[in-house]
Design a protein around this ligand. Sequence first.
Ligand code: SF4
Length: 318
Amino acid sequence: MAAPLLSLRNFSVKFPMRSGSYFRRSSFYALRELSLDIHKKETLCLIGESGSGKTTLIWAILGLLPFYKGKIIFNNRIIRKSNDPIHQDLKAVSQMVFQDTLLSLNPLLTLGRSIEEPLRARGLGKKERAEIVKRVAIQTGLSSELLQRRPSSVSFGQSQRACIARALSTNPEILFLDEPLTALDAVIQGKIARLLLRIRNERSLTCLIITHDLAFVKNIGTMVAVMYLGRIVEKAPVEFFFNKPCHPYSLALLSSVLKPGVWQGEKIILKGEIPSPQHPPSGCVFHPRCHLKLPVCEKIEPGMKRLSPRHEVYCHLF
Ligand code: SF4
């Protein structure tokens, strides 16, 4: 298999913790010792409850947050700190689609002008910009009449299409999407999901998608990484994940899906809330909520067990 396009090794992010005293500053891990590989044309879906660190991970990969430890390997080149020049190269071939489409579009600009903005920033001429806007508008199903409107006079689905068109305008290699379907109703979700699938295939894009929608993961993903409290607890190809999930947290997430055809296995009710990363439980951080907990789980954090070349799990049961 070819080398991954993007890898993380022992990637950690720390946030400062309020301790009440200026002289006793401390910090906590928002992400801890993550390792991931994303190959060209792969779609890696990050899943897990809110607070598991998914958005922090994308922000740190894109240099919007500094990372504390570990490295990013992009195209076989190593990035050891956030302001490394190689990080600029990674950012130049990446684009992001945010969850809140209305906040990510300038309310004063028409959709067409918003799509054009990254092209202006790159110094492209008027004619070239107009051609690209027209092309991505056709790809994302935006009419020329819609391109003249401002975000306040279009639907959520239309503004999400504009955000996707804007992200595509610079012809990115890697597309990061943070919950692209969450703010949409069920009908529009289906349309945007089909649009993303088509564009991903047409453009041979490499995608990293944060989502809570496991039916969407099943349709669009090639790999899944399950996150819990800033750690990855299971990584697997999509077909393995839906046929033979291993980590008790993965089982609980799958069994919470209401849509038919996604999961037929045992129903597991996940108790309690995800703990604060400022005070992670000892041993396996999932142990207070785990229905399969062993005595060792409270004391020792499980290491990685490789079940097949691309299926890894962090659990004492394996
Ligand atoms: Fe549950 Fe123990 Fe596995 Fe953690 S290590 S998921 S507590 S069985």
